[in-house]
Design a protein around this ligand. Structure first.
Ligand code: DP6
Length: 361
């Protein structure tokens, strides 16, 4: 018999036989991008992100002692049994035997929904997998009585979320968050994300993120497939070194309130991510002609207005426009006048740095 925070071969007696948990957990946007993995969902390079406020998933689980020999796990997305999401979530649960041995003894009814439309082109795996992981940790607390310590609770939630989707590991904390080992944070780990504990300059604590929806259709190449193309990629070694150097520069910028350095690093990360896709074998690109039009327009506006405004990109064509609260009125006008014409049906989602996940049952 062995037991630690992340794995146990011990099938416990249940202290509670039925209950209900619900968590709301946000999506996050990476400034230093995780791209490429090894082993079981471990990152080839460290990443740093902040959690959003308006883009989140709400997941609830009703659990009870199993009625048949085999536990019955059901998954509903936005009120309906969803074969695509359902299969992914249920397969994920099947792989968690060692992490949550009690799952074999419980029937689960999982319901999940997102605050943003599925077609908005916002990656939902970070919010949905982190919400699911938080629910499972709450169930562990209730049925086994462990994870009472808040620090352990979130560490395990991040570990489990990572197994579902790498970027989800960073959604369990509020504010800025790091996943992957870096020398600047001794507590950082490849196994789970940790909160960025240094004091960030107040300017960056009120970041706005307007997500310009250039396309809302399904991506041609999934992130999972994109990560796999980093195995044997000719620039893989250089990419790992670049991400670490960018991490060092970004941390300094965050602490000092250095907006020029922030812009330089954040845009370099976004463009490097897409350059890696274009230089993969086989190559691919998720950029849309309108993505490039937006990027050029943002740069010209920044030069003219001298405002603190920059962009980042996910693995997709949509543009995350970053700026601060104090420039909000001017930037919203700029978006309206010069950027919405490049968006599908003039769609934009205005978001901002958030307060992290919360239990809401
Ligand atoms: C470009 O976390 O979606 O958004 O681990 O395979 O689920 P899986 O990949 P995922 O990859 C996200 C990649 C990224 C950068 C980032 O969020 O760090």
């Amino acid at each position: 018999m062995s037991t630690n925070l992340f794995s146990s071969s011990f099938i416990p007696d249940l202290q509670k036989r039925e209950g209900f948990v619900r968590w709301q957990s946000p999506s996050n946007i990476a400034l230093i991008k995780y791209w490429g993995k090894f082993g079981v969902q471990l990152p080839k390079n460290p990443s740093l992100s902040f959690g959003l406020s308006e883009a989140y998933s709400q997941t609830s689980i009703k659990y009870s002692s199993k009625e048949a020999d085999k536990a019955n796990h059901k998954f509903y997305f936005e009120g309906k049994e969803n074969p695509v999401f359902g299969k992914k979530a249920l397969r994920f649960l099947d792989d968690l035997d060692i992490v949550f041995p009690f799952l074999k003894q419980l029937d689960l009814n999982i319901e999940s929904k997102n605050s943003f439309p599925h077609s908005a082109g916002i990656a939902s795996s970070a919010s949905s997998m982190s919400a699911l992981a938080l629910c499972l940790c709450s169930i562990e607390q209730e049925v086994i009585g462990s994870l009472q310590d808040e620090f352990d609770f979130y560490m395990k939630a991040s570990y489990v979320a990572r197994l579902g989707s790498g970027s989800a590991s960073r959604s369990v904390y509020s504010g800025f968050c790091v996943w992957g080992e870096i020398f600047e944070l001794i507590e950082s780990s490849n196994n789970y994300a940790v909160p960025f504990t240094y004091e960030v300059h107040p300017l960056f604590m009120q970041l706005r993120d307007s997500i310009l929806i250039v396309s809302d259709s399904e991506k041609a190449v999934s992130s999972r497939a994109g990560h796999a193309l980093m195995d044997g990629h000719p620039y893989a070694v250089a990419r790992i070194a670049q991400s670490k150097q960018n991490m060092t520069w970004l941390i300094a910028a965050l602490l000092q309130g250095d907006t020029d350095r922030f812009i330089e690093v954040v845009e370099n990360e976004a463009m490097s991510l897409h350059a890696l896709m274009m230089s993969s074998k086989p190559w691919y690109s998720l950029l849309h002609p309108n993505t490039l039009r937006i990027l050029n327009t943002v740069r010209a506006f920044r030069e003219k207005s001298e405002l603190f405004i920059c962009f980042t990109l996910d693995a997709g064509p949509n543009v995350h426009l970053l700026y601060t609260q104090e420039d909000e009125i001017k930037v919203l006008q700029f978006i309206e006048d010069e950027l919405l014409e490049f968006c599908v049906e003039r769609k934009v989602i205005h978001d901002k740095i958030g307060f992290g996940p919360k239990r809401i049952d």
